[in-house]
Design a protein around this ligand. Structure first.
Ligand code: ADE
Length: 255
């Protein structure tokens, strides 16, 4: 039975995080809207719309809203990279969000810290079914594809072991985390936080408001530490693109 996803929106921040997907689309059609190219077509049998949001929460929110309102997607997956803030989550691992929080939201003392004002919540849960399917897809990618898709030299360069697939809390903010102080502050605020990035929780809020199921999957590019800026760029170029492509291909093939 095909996956019950009538029209899938796939967002990434950077083109490297979506490399290969559009090349594999059947009958791709591109429409430019508000400075972004939305490419619609069939991805391994699933009607899909791919788009690059660029970096940050505003960019991601605008993109998600346009996907829903203008392009009629029924589900959204955000795929990209993140920094790890948990000792058990290594570079090359995969994190699927159970929930997301905007870690830079702070309207205190008017509203509790981290709560989205007037919405009454800080944490946004991702869709269970979509996240389960992504988890299964990521598992198959790790078991069967990753060794073939990531060059051995790159696996050595980044000291990649067999990736583990984690599920848990992801934090998003308009901030690239690259040092111990912010890492510690974030972990104190959210002891269960696994990874940080700059878009997911904004997409989560938009999807929550529209009632559209969504999921976020991230490959860990760096340790959100001093080495993060260097590790991030290299990893995105050489590794992350293969992960996103491989996992989305497995997701579409689940049905
Ligand atoms: N995306 C990837 N690494 C990140 C980091 N360290 N901080 C924020 N977003 C990221």
């Amino acid at each position: 039975m095909p996956l019950p996803i009538p029209r899938l929106g796939i967002i990434s921040a950077l083109h490297q995080e979506q490399a290969g997907l559009i090349d594999n689309m059947a009958q791709p059609q591109s429409v430019t809207r508000a400075m972004r190219d939305y490419v619609s077509g069939q991805l391994w049998g699933i009607d899909s719309v791919c788009v690059l949001s660029r970096i940050g929460k505003t960019a991601a929110a605008a993109t998600a809203a346009t996907l829903i309102e203008r392009f009629g997607v029924t589900h959204i997956v955000f795929t990209g990279v993140a920094g790890s803030v948990d000792a058990g989550v290594a570079v090359g691992d995969i994190v699927i969000a159970d929930a997301l929080v905007q870690h830079d939201m702070n309207a205190a003392p008017l509203f509790p810290r981290f709560e989205v004002p007037l919405l009454g919540q800080a944490l946004f849960s991702s869709d269970r079914h979509l996240s389960d399917w992504l988890f299964e897809a990521a598992g198959r990618f790790v078991a069967e594809d990753v060794d073939k898709m990531v060059a051995e030299t790159d696996r050595e360069l980044f000291r990649l072991h067999r990736p583990r697939v984690h599920r848990g809390l992801i934090g998003s903010g308009d901030e690239f985390i690259h040092g111990p102080q912010r890492r510690v502050e974030l972990r104190e605020a959210f002891p269960q936080l696994l990874a940080v990035e700059m878009e997911g929780a904004a997409v989560a809020q938009v999807c929550f408001e529209f009632g559209v199921p969504f999921a976020v999957i991230r490959t860990i590019s760096d340790g959100a530490d001093e080495a993060a800026p260097r590790d991030f760029m290299q990893f995105v170029e050489r590794v992350a693109s293969r992960y996103s492509f491989g996992i989305v291909r497995r997701l579409c093939g689940l049905g």
